[in-house]
Design a protein around this ligand. Structure first.
Ligand SMILES: *[C@@H]1O[C@H](CO)[C@@H](O)[C@H](O)[C@H]1NC(C)=O
Ligand SMILES: *[C@@H]1O[C@H](CO)[C@@H](O)[C@H](O)[C@H]1NC(C)=O
Ligand SMILES: *[C@@H]1O[C@H](CO)[C@@H](O)[C@H](O)[C@H]1NC(C)=O
Ligand SMILES: CC(=O)N[C@H]1CO[C@H](CO)[C@@H](O)[C@@H]1O
Length: 701
């Protein structure tokens, strides 16, 4: 595969190239993924077709937009931009007959700053500096675009490319747009760390990140939560709910202003400080980006922006998501592509975001949006008429643009369908993501905890679910994310211990069977998922220490209460509570990964899975992993087959008192292998494995 601009610098400064071209090798039909997976052969024509469509867009962007670099810097042309002589404002609103910029600066006078329209439906006005040379629109003052439809109706909207919008609930729930032009730009101090190849993601939401029942700020997160995350050994943070969303309880998934970071938590400069500080701590920042749909708000969203039903969205039913009650983008439209691709670029350039987690990818890729469609894994389901080719091509363009401009970028797809090639390069006919989220794993754990007695856990099924992932496509594994924490669902800690968590988490109270089981399984489930399930790992904030209760944002249905819209980090700091044990285990697990980097290593070799004994043994990254899930059987001198002859040490022991274990295993113990075959391995060692414990051993040669 030839990529035109392979050798550009890896940097978050301005890309050194002015233009990225489409993949050039003429023999490349974009069906390279068929060679990796021969079962795709019957679908080569469908794969070639979408690739051709991708190339068509590349041609158009290069021919009409002077290339990707220009096209994806739409925010420098559109919206309000300060130039040496004044402020230029541009807005795409093809259906209206007149438009003007109104605001505090011109006393909301419709005649003061009229706009003119070009042949593409883009309106423009110039606001010259005042005679004293200062910008005529004051920093932080309110502005709007006022338009008149062909029917004569006057409609006022927030500029679509607004970089600052705020809400004053004492006046109205509707947001105001503000002209953001602070005197002092944020001065960045730290370079981003190098791209982690062993991605360990801490998923977080700023607003809920303190124990107090309130909206937590960017600054509080920077000062109080970043150190916690770094100390746990994660190397990236996935920030949810950053793009402004008028409805707080939407958890950030109903975006109203795509270029404005949520003002609930502070200013753009505060977020920059957060990201800069995270970079200084060695943390990558991934943004949860919602391009799968948009809020249906009209007055402060993109819906009916120019008075029509379409503009940024599809017309009629195709433009509405029935389940989410939101609007669906028209990915086949030039201006929509400019808006969305520039949106990604904006966050990299302006906020130094290191990567994106694309939300709702399944909803985007299929015309049925995943509603009522099951995926059996049959390939015909991924390449038939149900596929929304325009949306898939949009994702290809996003991934291609991001990876060509920024080799250090990471993109992650939230997809449940299992689309083959989703995480292969675009040039091969893939969709171009780096990772997919392994969404089957959390479902499996919840189902087991909810429905299956511990005695009946099917070890083979657990191992299969954790290892059944596409060859040569990377998966981020997790046992639970924010999904399981939301009201109506239950976290693993709560499935395990909700009956007694309020009364028996104190180390001064007796260790009851429920809490004992809960603490033991919480660790085993995490470690098994971490070690066996993927090429990356994800945890949602608080779950690392077994955060109690659930998440529920203030809304009408709960008396606007903040009671459950918070994370009780105080529980970890309390030395008398058992939460600290789970926290320590999470730290030990992630720190150990940092040393041995199993997430980068090839898939594990599972050498033993025993249904009766409930024992799992596997080898990965030169380490020997041993799990005993049996509810009450401990095994002394259990024979463990292993590839490597020699001496073994314990490097992680879930039964350690530090992790709330029973201290039944001597941590300094050594094991010596016998050169005799056992379960297909050339050597074996004999190990004491108490009920519900896990050990990771290191072979010392
Ligand atoms: C307009 O204002 C900006 C910001 O104060 C300033 O940098 C620029 O020099 C001004 N231009 C003129 C022509 O006065
Ligand atoms: C096409 O794929 C969808 C899943 O995307 C599936 O539900 C449907 O049955 C498939 N149709 C055919 C004709 O195979
Ligand atoms: C172990 O668990 C099994 C199944 O729940 C039960 O039948 C048995 O009595 C238990 N044994 C002990 C020693 O608790
Ligand atoms: C006051 C009120 O309506 N509270 C409700 C808020 O939502 C929770 C669920 O998280 C309900 O249990 C409360 O009754």
């Amino acid at each position: 595969m030839t990529v035109a601009s392979k050798n550009q610098k890896s940097s978050f400064l301005k890309p050194s190239i002015q233009q990225i071209s489409k993949p050039t090798e003429s023999s490349n039909t974009g069906t390279g993924i068929v060679e990796l997976d021969p079962w795709l052969k019957p679908y080569a024509p469908a794969i070639a077709k979408r690739y051709a469509k991708f190339q068509e867009w590349c041609d158009k962007i290069i021919q009409y937009e002077s290339g990707f670099d220009q096209f994806t810097r739409g925010y420098e042309r559109m919206g309000l931009n300060v130039t040496p002589k004044g402020v230029i404002y541009r807005e795409w609103a093809p259906s209206v007959v007149s438009a003007s910029l109104i605001g505090d600066f011109n006393n909301w006078d419709h005649q003061a700053n009229p706009m003119t329209k070009d042949e593409f439906g883009v309106w423009e006005t110039f606001v010259p500096n005042k005679s004293d040379g200062t910008v005529a629109i004051p920093h932080d003052s309110k502005i709007k675009i006022s338009m008149v439809t062909p029917q004569g109706e006057r409609i006022d909207r927030l500029p679509a490319w607004s970089k600052r919008v705020t809400q004053d609930l004492s006046v109205s729930a509707t947001y105001d747009a503000r002209f953001w032009n602070p005197k002092n730009a944020y001065v960045w101090k730290n370079a981003a760390p190098p791209k982690p190849l062993n991605l360990k993601v801490y998923e977080a939401h700023i607003g809920i990140s303190s124990p107090e029942p309130k909206v937590t700020s960017y600054n509080e997160f920077t000062d109080n939560v970043l150190p916690h995350i770094a100390s746990l050994g994660y190397n990236s943070i996935q920030l949810m709910a950053i793009m402004e969303h008028a409805y707080y309880a939407s958890f950030g998934y109903q975006v109203t202003s795509f270029f404005a970071i949520s003002s609930r938590y502070g200013t753009p400069e505060d977020l920059k400080r957060l990201i800069d500080t995270a970079h200084g701590l060695g943390l990558y920042i991934l943004l949860d980006v919602v391009h799968s749909h948009a809020s249906n708000n009209v007055l402060d969203g993109l819906n009916q922006f120019d008075g029509t039903d379409h503009c940024y969205f599809h017309e009629g039913g195709k433009g509405h998501h029935d389940l989410w009650n939101s609007r669906l983008f028209n990915y086949g439209h030039h201006e929509v592509l400019r808006f969305l691709l520039s949106n990604l670029r904006f966050y990299v350039e302006e906020f130094r975001i290191d990567g994106f987690r694309f939300d709702g990818v399944t909803s985007m890729m299929y015309v049925h949006h995943g509603i009522g469609a099951g995926f059996s894994g049959g390939y015909h389901e991924y390449f038939n008429e149900s596929v929304d080719e325009e949306a898939v091509v949009y994702l290809m363009l996003s991934n291609y643009m991001l990876h060509e401009l920024y080799p250090e970028i990471i993109t992650i797809a939230e997809d449940v369908s299992g689309m083959p090639g989703l995480c292969r390069p675009v040039q091969e006919g893939g969709v171009g993501f780096d990772y997919r989220l392994g969404m089957a794993v959390p479902d499996m754990w919840i189902k087991l905890l909810k429905e299956v007695r511990d005695d009946d856990w099917n070890i083979g099924h657990i191992v299969h679910t954790l290892t059944n992932r596409r060859h040569m496509e990377k998966t981020i594994t997790y046992c639970e994310s924010h999904d399981q924490a939301l009201v109506g669902d239950k976290t693993i800690a709560f499935w395990l211990m909700d009956k007694e968590m309020y009364d028996y988490m104190s180390i001064l109270s007796p260790l009851t069977p429920i809490i004992d089981r809960g603490i033991a399984l919480h660790k085993l489930i995490r470690l098994l998922t971490h070690g066996l399930g993927g090429e990356g790992y994800l945890n949602f904030e608080g779950n690392e220490f077994g955060h109690p209760e659930w998440l529920d944002f203030p809304r009408d249905g709960n008396g606007s209460s903040f009671q459950y819209a918070r994370r009780q980090f105080n529980l970890v700091k309390d030395g008398l509570l058992r939460f600290k044990h789970l926290n320590e285990f999470d730290r030990a697990m992630n720190t150990l990964e940092g040393e041995y980097r199993w997430l980068e290593a090839p898939q594990a070799y599972v050498s033993h899975k025993h249904e009766e004994d409930k024992v799992i043994v596997f080898e990965r990254a030169g380490l020997l992993w041993i799990f005993n899930f049996h509810p009450n059987k401990s095994f002394s001198d259990y024979k463990i087959g292993t590839a490597w002859a020699g001496k073994y040490n314990i490097i992680l022991n879930s039964d350690s008192p530090l992790f709330g274990g029973h201290d039944r295993i001597n941590p300094d113990q050594k094991f010596f292998s016998n050169p005799q075959e056992w379960y297909g391995r050339p050597n074996y060692i004999q190990v004491y494995i108490p009920s519900r414990t896990a050990l990771v051993l290191k072979y010392e040669g």
